[in-house]
Design a protein around this ligand. Structure first.
Ligand code: NDP
Length: 393
């Protein structure tokens, strides 16, 4: 029987919800491209419930306990005295969400003698030292596609919010004001702008598809080129590298995983090659951008706006400069954790657990590391190595 250690974010400050804004969720048939939705043998939650916080338990408790396993759920994840550190020593399975990542560093992996599988309830396993997992033969999985469309919607929202100057305009209303000139002196239309995505995977391509009807010119860079018919359908311009692409763009959106190849990509040098007054939206991972270079670019006007929902570390400290820099539209890490997304990644986590307990192969599209190497989706999108370092700082 296994011990499952699950790290989730805290419940709402007013307590676990007793009711919800809407009744149920709209039905989604499948993912673009034909991948099927998670298909566990059963679920023990009502779709639309808050599952990603501690009391939601990803809807896993009765399933696990009925099968004789032990489930420990905690939000206390950082530092050597954390419940996560204490419970990790004999855990077989770790489940964590990127929104509230339990950083599985090489040191922690070395202490976790029983650890066999790390499941990301969501997408993005950069909080796991993938090289250490490879070396120890630990399987790493994530629920591919579960929140890709959720994030794409958030990206489009943030692009429109920045370019149209929505947040300062909203604030004028809340503060009792009506100065239209203050609101519009930084407000533009996206129509006719050039927008480029760094990576056109599930999220990046979904962003491009959603921006097409706004009559923006669409650009992308990726390690692999999209099929010619997709490029033609959307009128895409491909650039071999981010360095080639960004000088052409009014808006850049980052949709690549964090791994050694992408860490620190948006530094002073790359940002200086962007158009003055470009907008940058990063819902991928904070460390793809240099924290202080972003602040400097907003202060100098090189960037007209920056938005995203990913920070480093998470939770972001109260004095994180991205909370107070000018012209930002940051949210906490929420884009991939809508109630809609939670339903899918909770079901996907259950599907992975069911397969693993039964000794059945885990879907290839959920695998990041398996059998001592990058595997499945991981061998396509990641590179070996470690992007978890510096998680205290
Ligand atoms: P996908 O795996 O579908 O797409 C990732 C794409 O990035 C792939 O096309 C991959 O290229 C490309 N890529 C990898 N390295 C590079 C590179 N060095 N330069 C250019 N392109 C590169 O993942 P998703 O679209 O679903 O998710 C992308 C990322 O978004 C996740 O890894 C995660 O970090 C983040 N995310 C954030 C969420 C949030 O809540 N904010 C939620 C979900 C994801 P190829 O495969 O062609 O080699």
């Amino acid at each position: 029987m296994a011990k499952i250690l699950c790290v989730l974010y805290d419940d709402p400050v007013d307590g676990y919800p007793k009711s919800y804004a809407r009744d149920g969720l709209p039905l989604v048939d499948g993912y673009p491209g034909g991948q099927t939705l998670p298909s566990p043998e059963g679920i023990d939650f009502i779709p639309g419930q808050l599952l990603g916080s501690v009391s939601g338990e990803l809807g896993l408790r009765s399933f696990l306990e009925k099968n004789g396993h032990t489930l420990v759920v905690t939000s206390d994840k950082d530092g050597a005295d954390s419940e996560f550190d204490r419970e990790l020593v004999d855990a077989d399975v770790v489940i964590s969400q990127p929104f509230w990542p339990a950083y599985l560093t090489a040191e922690r992996i070395a202490k976790a003698k029983n650890l066999k599988i790390a499941i990301t309830a969501g997408i993005g396993s950069d909080h796991v030292d993938l090289q250490a997992a490879i070396d120890r033969g630990i399987t790493v999985t994530e629920v591919t596609y579960s929140n890709s469309i959720s994030v794409a919607e958030h990206v489009v929202m943030m692009i429109l919010s920045l370019v149209r100057n929505y947040i300062p305009s909203y604030k004028i209303v809340v503060d009792g004001g009506w100065n239209i000139a203050d609101a519009v002196s930084r407000s533009y239309d996206v129509e006719g702008m050039d927008v480029g995505t760094v990576a056109a995977g599930r999220i990046g391509l979904a962003v491009l598809r959603r921006l097409k009807p706004f009559d923006m010119r669409l650009h992308y860079t990726d390690r692999h080129r999209l099929p010619a018919e997709v490029e033609q359908e959307l009128g895409l311009t491909f650039h071999p590298t981010a360095q080639d692409m960004v000088p052409h763009c009014d808006v850049v959106t980052i949709n690549a995983p964090l791994h050694p190849e992408t860490e620190g990509l948006f530094d002073d040098k790359l940002i200086s090659t962007m158009k003055r007054g470009a907008y940058l939206v990063n819902t991928a991972r904070a460390k793809i951008a240099d924290r202080d270079a972003i602040v400097r670019a907003l202060e100098s006007g090189q960037l007209a706006g920056y938005a995203g929902d990913v920070w480093f570390p998470q939770p972001a400290p109260a004095d994180h400069p991205w909370r107070t820099m000018p012209h930002h539209g940051m949210t906490p890490h929420i884009s991939g954790s809508s109630l809609s997304a939670q339903t899918r990644y909770a079901a996907g986590t259950r599907e992975i657990l069911e397969s693993w307990f039964a000794g059945r192969p885990i879907r290839d599209e959920y695998l990041i590391v398996d059998g001592g190497q990058l595997a499945g989706a991981g061998s396509h999108s990641y590179s070996a190595g470690n992007a978890t370092t510096g998680w205290n700082g």
